[in-house]
Write a protein that binds this ligand. Structure first.
Ligand SMILES: [Fe+2]
Ligand SMILES: [Fe+2]
Length: 182
């Protein structure tokens, strides 16, 4: 499945009404917190991609890769899973009531969560295999490290796309619908 280039035009009317250039203005606390969470996921993703690149270049051995990658990956899996459950289970249903016109956009974001979840499962499985290989000082640890790095590569583009697209819907919606007239 190819990566979409962004949201379809009919889902961008909220961002058109409150474009990214204005997101530096005082945002409602909920919107600022949302952006902060997403910034954390992007930073974790960059850290893991960097660790994988250093492994591939030979700058890290399996033990070194384990030390720098696994703690971040554990936190990433746990936080992202919790974040998606709160979005799909709590926020999106509220947004559907507040702004029925954006329902197709929220459907798309819910489908993203399912797709990303499959990547998180794959990451978990390959991280466990890598961890066990390193713990056992097995010569197979290198193969597991390569596999884990490949799974990280596959997971990244869809996640980054989702974070950007979700912000284009959620941040303007929170700003535009949080005023006294809302
Ligand atoms: Fe999300
Ligand atoms: Fe999110």
């Amino acid at each position: 499945m190819g990566l979409r280039p962004g949201l379809p035009a009919d889902m961008l009317y909220l961002r058109d009404a409150f474009p990214r250039e204005r997101w530096t203005e005082a945002l409602p606390e909920s919107a600022a917190f949302w952006l902060q969470m997403h910034a954390g996921f992007r930073a974790q993703q960059r850290h893991m991609a960097d660790a994988a690149a250093r492994w591939r270049s030979g700058a890290l051995d399996p033990h070194g890769l384990h030390g720098t990658l696994i703690p971040t990956l554990q936190a990433f899996l746990q936080h992202l899973d919790g974040h998606h459950r709160i979005e799909s289970g709590h926020y999106f249903p509220q947004f559907r009531l507040i702004e029925p016109r954006i329902q197709p956009g929220l459907d798309l974001l819910d489908r993203d969560h399912d797709a990303i979840h499959a990547h998180l499962d794959a990451l978990y499985q390959s991280a466990v295999a890598f961890h066990q290989g390193v713990a056992a000082q097995s010569p197979g640890a290198s193969d597991h490290a390569h596999r884990l790095a490949d799974v990280l590569d596959r997971a990244a583009p869809g996640l980054i796309r989702h974070l950007d697209d979700e912000e284009d819907i959620v941040i303007p919606l929170m700003v535009l619908k949080s005023g006294p007239a809302a």
